[in-house]
Design a protein around this ligand. Structure first.
Ligand code: COA
Length: 160
């Protein structure tokens, strides 16, 4: 993935975020604050740079069109791991799914990560995302019942 790809990747990532939220947001997307929408996704202005610099993010491109993307970066000293590939998000154009694009994007990130010295890769998957679970299993990921716990440290109501 290069800087020149970012505009098209952004369009695709936003389309896929909308697809993901479509059942809960009930098409009220436009009513959400612009700043909130602008900050969503790894392709957003404030977040893309480390993913471009990592050499671990890729696009599926043909004739100047972008049909898929994967955002990943290397994290260091996580648990007992010196180098860990963190996969933030990936997606494939809905019209072109089940053509091995997702598989090849994920494989490329893992190959590049291994070449950079990674020992492990982590990928965030929603438990109801069957296509993504199946894709990760196909490539060899181990998936158990672990949950990720999040806390918003900027929440003014939070008392610590
Ligand atoms: C998940 C996603 C990236 C898969 O991309 P894709 O290009 O369609 O996947 P592939 O064609 O490479 O499929 C590879 C394997 O994944 C699994 N898979 C993919 N889509 C599947 C589906 N709808 N149902 C069941 N298994 C599926 C299969 O095991 C498949 O291998 P097979 O075709 O030999 O059975 C795509 O569905 C997508 O963009 N979803 C919306 C965004 C998203 O959920 N991103 C993941 C965030 S973690």
């Amino acid at each position: 993935m290069k800087l020149k790809d970012l505009k098209k990747v952004r369009e695709l990532e936003i389309e896929l975020i909308k697809e993901y939220f479509s059942s809960t947001l009930e098409n009220k997307w436009e009513e959400f604050p612009e700043e909130w929408r602008d900050n969503l996704g790894a392709s957003s202005r404030n977040h893309f740079q480390p993913y471009l610099d990592s050499g671990l993010s890729f696009v599926a491109e043909e004739d100047g069109e972008i049909y898929g993307f994967i955002f990943a970066q290397m994290l260091h000293h996580i648990a007992d791991c010196s180098n860990l590939v963190w996969i933030e998000n990936m997606g494939v154009d809905p019209m072109l799914r089940r053509n091995e694009i997702g598989y090849r994007l994920l494989r490329e990130t893992l190959r590049a990560g291994r070449a950079q010295g990674a020992e492990v890769a982590h990928s965030m998957i929603q438990p109801d995302n069957a296509p993504s679970i199946m894709l990760h299993k196909k490539i060899g990921f181990f998936i158990d019942n672990r949950k990720v716990a999040l806390i918003d440290l900027k929440d003014p109501k939070l008392t610590l």
